[in-house]
Write a protein that binds this ligand. Structure first.
Ligand code: NOJ
Length: 538
């Protein structure tokens, strides 16, 4: 298997497609997406021109957190297929020029993982329990949790078991945290990395990468104290250095991609030093509102933070955890915040689509790599009226039902046809989450060949990006409500986030527009254009 040795730095400017396997394509007709479905659709991804695919977890899992509760890291959940099929998928994708990125979940395991089962069966103080964080409770009879931490999903991150001890889970109850101070935990994960690298994976996406290590003694969190007991701790870096050594030991070095939610950009960039991770998702950019000053600040901050460590930036608008772009950008508050999610938040779909199209051109023109979540190329909206009985996300349940959760961005992809399952599954099969009745115009088949569709905009933009866009980034002079920049190779991008149309720069030849231009060729509100800079003074 050859990972294109001619482009060892492919990750620096790659366009990476994110596949959520449960919802991509159902090959065996059980209503859940699977590897057979993905393999059949690889030509679609190749033709769109993606360099790599990141697969959300495909391991055996009780699915208490959409597969991020892993019971076995070296196998494939039977609902998706077999390990042999995964190996075939990796090889077939590579034949089409697409590399595979596998999701690694090191912070926690499923409560059905053999290690945790053994720990529950073993007595207090046993070596089996040392692989996790078991502790005595506070209070007279240990009836209070061991500290005051809160779960990333809300509520208490401790669960008490029959013998009176508590165990830590920063996410759902069914996701016990591993003890990263234990050498066996480290060794196991190094072997898991090798396991997937040996099978041809070009890289790994590291889940919750900023949370692995905990302060010894698990003290309560105190406001104003510099070091957080479990977020972004300094001892994480040593772990990632050892992972980098493994990734670099391959003849075609493998790539480490971190999921790190750390707001301090300088601390964030530390993970991207040359002997640590290669890249990390840009959540700052993802969370910003649709406002020129905010996006400009994010772009400047991102580039400034990455430059000293020599790492490429990444640009992300959406993923399987956040509100779909066309829905978010149509709201009054266009930021993304987990804490602000609520049922019944209105959105203007047409406005959201217009902005999402402009945002696509903005993010595809910036220097670095790009992650696009499945369905974004179709302009799928968040499904906000899923029947409550179909919701599965622990974020919904742990909020006491006030947070709609993340199911609305995980609805199966519409491929063709006039009604559900829209080619996602064979006719008559009900997908694991119901698809809306009004998605016929959003299918891949309906959008293909329609020059005004989101799919054709992405297709064309990806083609131009691949063939044409490169070199250093620099801002061009523009109104405060406008983002205008060039790349060293004479490529330019202009995004109008203001209310009034703006004139295109003189000496510019239009390459692509996210929407129709106004009379006289001006760029209307919430529209972006790509252009060739012909006037060398620009
Ligand atoms: C981040 C993942 O993206 C999310 O889906 C998951 O719930 C948490 N990590 C816990 O694994």
């Amino acid at each position: 298997m050859v990972l294109q040795p001619d482009r060892p730095d492919w990750w620096r400017d790659a366009a990476i497609y994110q596949v959520y396997p449960r919802s991509f394509a159902d090959g065996n007709g059980d209503g859940t997406g699977d590897l057979a479905g993905i393999r059949a659709r690889l030509p679609y991804l190749a033709e769109l021109g993606f360099d790599a695919v990141w697969f959300n977890p495909w391991y055996p899992s009780p699915l208490k957190d959409g597969g991020y509760d892993v019971a076995d890291y070296r196998s494939i959940d039977p609902v998706f297929g077999t390990l042999e099929e995964a190996e075939k998928l990796i090889a077939e994708a590579l034949d089409l020029g697409i590399r595979t990125v596998v999701d690694i979940v090191p912070n926690h395991v499923s409560n059905e993982h053999p290690w945790f089962r053994a720990a529950l069966a073993a007595p207090v103080g046993s070596p089996e329990r040392e692989l996790f964080h078991f502790a005595e409770g506070r209070g007279e009879n240990g009836e209070l949790p061991p500290n005051n931490w809160t779960s990333e999903f809300g509520g208490c991150p401790w669960t008490r078991i029959a013998d009176g001890q508590w165990y830590l889970h920063l996410f759902a109850t069914e996701q016990p945290d591993l003890n990263w101070a234990h050498p066996l935990v480290r060794q196991e994960h190094e072997e898991i990395l090798r396991f997937w690298f040996d099978r041809g994976a070009a890289g790994v996406r590291i889940d919750s990468a900023g949370l692995l290590t905990k302060e010894p003694g698990l003290p309560s969190f105190e406001l104003g104290v510099d070091t957080h007991p479990f977020v972004d701790r300094d001892d994480l870096h040593e772990i990632y250095r050892s992972w980098r050594a493994i990734a670099d030991s391959y003849e075609q070095p493998r790539v480490l991609i971190g999921e790190i939610w750390v707001p301090d950009t300088e601390r964030f960039a530390r993970y991207l030093r040359p002997d640590e991770l290669h890249t990390a998702f840009n959540f700052d950019f993802l969370a910003r509102p649709w406002a020129a000053a905010e996006l400009r600040a994010s772009i400047d901050g991102t580039l400034a933070a990455h430059a000293p460590v020599g790492a490429p930036a990444t640009w992300v608008l959406c993923n399987h955890d956040v509100t779909r772009t066309v829905t978010r950008y149509g709201r009054t508050d266009t930021r993304f915040q987990f804490s602000a999610k609520a049922f019944g938040t209105p959105t203007d779909r047409a406005l959201g689509v217009r902005r999402a199209r402009a945002a696509a051109l903005l993010s595809l023109a910036l220097p670095g790599s790009l992650y696009m979540y499945q369905g974004e190329e179709l302009g799928l909206p968040e499904v906000e009226d899923l029947p409550l009985s179909t919701l599965q996300d622990p974020m919904h349940f742990r909020s006491g039902g006030t947070d709609p959760g993340r199911d609305g961005c995980r609805v199966p992809i519409p491929w063709s046809g006039e009604a559900p399952p829209y080619g996602f599954a064979p006719e008559g099969v009900e997908p694991w989450l119901p698809q809306p009745a009004d998605w016929a115009a959003l299918t891949v088949a309906a959008q293909t060949g329609d020059p005004d569709s989101m799919l054709e905009l992405y297709r064309e933009a990806l083609r131009i990006r691949r063939e044409r866009i490169g070199g250093e980034f620099g801002w061009l002079p523009a109104d405060p409500e406008v983002l205008s920049f060039r790349r060293a190779d004479g490529f330019g991008c202009l995004v109008n986030l203001g209310a009034e149309p703006v004139a295109l720069p003189g000496g510019a030849a239009l390459l692509l527009a996210s929407g129709p231009l106004a009379e006289g060729g001006a760029l209307p509100s919430d529209t972006a254009v790509w252009f060739e800079i012909l006037d060398t003074r620009l």
